[in-house]
Design a binder for this molecule. Structure first.
Ligand code: AMP
Length: 538
């Protein structure tokens, strides 16, 4: 009765009951590799042994810098099974940021895809990483000092089992901070098991043995929404699309593998919808029973297009890295079955009601708001899948209330049935195609240019990326600088996809009564800026 809820417990179930279920993965060289949970778990066992041989101890992080494939999944299973902490690095970040994160986490051992070695070399020297294990798909020789993944597995003894306690850390993932300093979110074994259970509940994702699950999210993003744990737990097949999340690849894999459940951000699904519209008969997606859209607000045109033109049941979800990460789902409750079509559509465009492991409330200027869908306030959440602080720093930023609720930074209204609708964002971030850009970091960079007096960066709607940054810049008297020069200035410090396409010179930046930048005014003023434009891929 008092057995701990641990990742190894969840994997033992997969081994005992679902060993022959499929794991399909697209490798870096484009080949499709087919195996089973039994094979993946056997290899994970040897990876665990190899890591122990490298001296990895319980509680120590093991980093990954990999795309979506079965070797990465092996790391998911192996690391938590020896009591170590899986730390997935986001390969879209700037090397400076990766250096900071790897140092903050204390990463000594890292698993990397061969094709990502140049990225690793750009920050390894500034990190504590000492042991580098390379996942290869070709025969190109490895540089001295690097360990070959397959050779390591061949020579490895089976892992010494480690009985973790449920409160122990099993995984960690960094999330962007508004000041540009990412923070490590730590997931306990208990959190990951309860999150998997929650995903399996029929009013959430309803995951089950007969499902074929394709996470159209990266394994390095917020646990790939918990699917790498939930799929083996319920015994569903798992399809990992490698690095390709483009519409053509997704359409082909969804159709050929007869995928029943998939999940991803809107910017993954918008191009798929375009492809389906262009040639509706090209692929048979009739096996799909649920396509979850989350991570950013679901555009009405996407919902209607998928549902009405292609009969694909798309559903809106909200979540956060700090919640493991799924929080809500907007399925239609039974009381709405006979409601008018517009009311049903409106309900499905909301972010929805919380999953079973989550309590919600929202706080406005004068306290907790009523659930009348009129009052707005910052959403606060609490529950066993909510992280309780950040690695190394706990709660120095005051993200938790005195009575232990987590402040999400999302401004919502709540209807009488507990369905939330996000109205605004209290945090100073831009979410471009599912990836965060820190407005504050961009502002600081712009304001460090000698010709710039002040600068404010806001998120404005964009047709392809849903949001892009826009910078309003005030020049120092008598100074001149071109937009291209400012972009070059930003490019020296940030990845290319951070650079705002729009930098606008203004006479002054609107301010609040307390002298802060009045960003709501800027957002309103420039809301239409990107309409019709096509920014380059972030
Ligand atoms: P992350 O931790 O990177 O997953 O980002 C979490 C944040 O993304 C949330 O706090 C929201 O601001 C935003 N977000 C996630 N899902 C949605 C959604 N369905 N609608 C609007 N914003 C969302």
């Amino acid at each position: 009765m008092d057995a701990d809820l641990t990742v190894p417990m969840l994997l033992r179930r997969a081994r005992a009951l679902f060993g022959d279920k499929r794991v399909v993965a697209r490798w870096g060289d484009g080949r499709l590799h087919r195996s089973t949970y039994l094979e993946v778990l056997a290899r994970a066992d040897r990876l665990g042994g190899a890591l122990q041989r490298l001296g990895v101890r319980p509680g120590e992080p093991v980093a990954t810098l990999c795309w979506n494939h079965d070797r990465h999944l092996e790391a998911y299973f192996a690391v938590s099974s020896i009591g170590a902490v899986l730390h997935t690095l986001n390969l879209r970040l700037h090397p400076d940021e990766l250096a900071y994160i790897a140092t903050d986490a204390g990463d000594r051992v890292l698993l990397v895809d061969e094709e990502l070695l140049p990225l690793l070399e750009a920050f390894r020297g500034r990190s504590p990483i000492r042991e580098v294990i390379v996942v290869r798909h070709g025969d190109a020789p490895l540089a001295p000092g690097l360990l070959d993944y397959e050779a390591l597995l061949d020579a490895a003894p089976p892992a010494n089992p480690h009985e973790a306690r449920e409160q122990d850390a099993a995984a960690m993932c960094y999330t962007s901070g508004t000041t540009g300093r990412p923070k490590g979110v730590v997931y306990s074994h208990r959190c990951l098991v309860l999150h998997s259970l929650m995903l399996a509940m029929s009013d959430l994702f309803g995951l089950r043995e007969r499902d074929v699950i394709l996470p159209a999210v990266s394994l390095f993003h917020a646990n790939a929404w918990g699917l790498p744990y939930a799929a083996p737990f319920v015994g569903a097949d798992l399809v990992l699309p490698g690095r390709q999340l483009d519409a053509l690849t997704l359409r082909r894999m969804l159709a050929e593998e007869r995928v029943t459940f998939t999940a991803g951000v809107p910017t993954v699904w918008l191009p798929l919808l375009e492809l389906l519209d262009a040639d509706p008969a090209a692929a048979d997606l009739s096996a799909l029973r649920l396509l979850v859209v989350g991570g950013a607000a679901l555009p009405e045109a996407l919902l209607r297009g998928l549902n009405e033109r292609h009969r694909i049941p798309a559903v809106h979800s909200w979540g956060m890295t700090e919640l493991a990460p799924v929080g809500t789902l907007a399925t239609l409750p039974s009381r709405m079955e006979r409601a008018a079509p517009e009311a049903r559509l409106a309900a499905r465009l909301r972010q929805g009601t919380p999953g079973a492991m989550l309590e919600i409330r929202a706080r406005g200027d004068s306290g907790l708001i009523p659930w009348d869908d009129v009052a707005v306030g910052e959403l606060e959440v609490r529950g066993p899948t909510v992280s309780s602080g950040y690695h190394g720093i706990g709660d120095t930023e005051g993200r938790f209330t005195e009575d232990g609720w987590f402040r999400t930074g999302d401004v919502v209204s709540i209807d009488p049935f507990g369905s939330i609708r996000i109205r605004d964002r209290a945090k100073d971030l831009v979410k471009s195609g599912g990836e965060w850009i820190s407005s504050v970091a961009l502002e600081n960079r712009l304001m460090s240019h000698p010709a710039v007096l002040e600068a404010a960066v806001v998120a404005v709607p964009h047709p392809t990326w849903l949001e892009r940054p826009l910078g309003a810049v005030v020049l120092r008297p008598g100074q001149e600088v071109s937009v291209d020069q400012l972009k070059e200035w930003i490019a020296q410090a940030f990845p290319r996809w951070w650079i705002p396409e729009a930098l606008v010179f203004v006479d002054q930046i609107p301010r609040t009564s307390t002298g802060k930048f009045l960003k709501t005014r800027l957002r309103e003023e420039f809301a239409g800026w990107y309409a019709g434009s096509q920014a380059p891929a972030p």
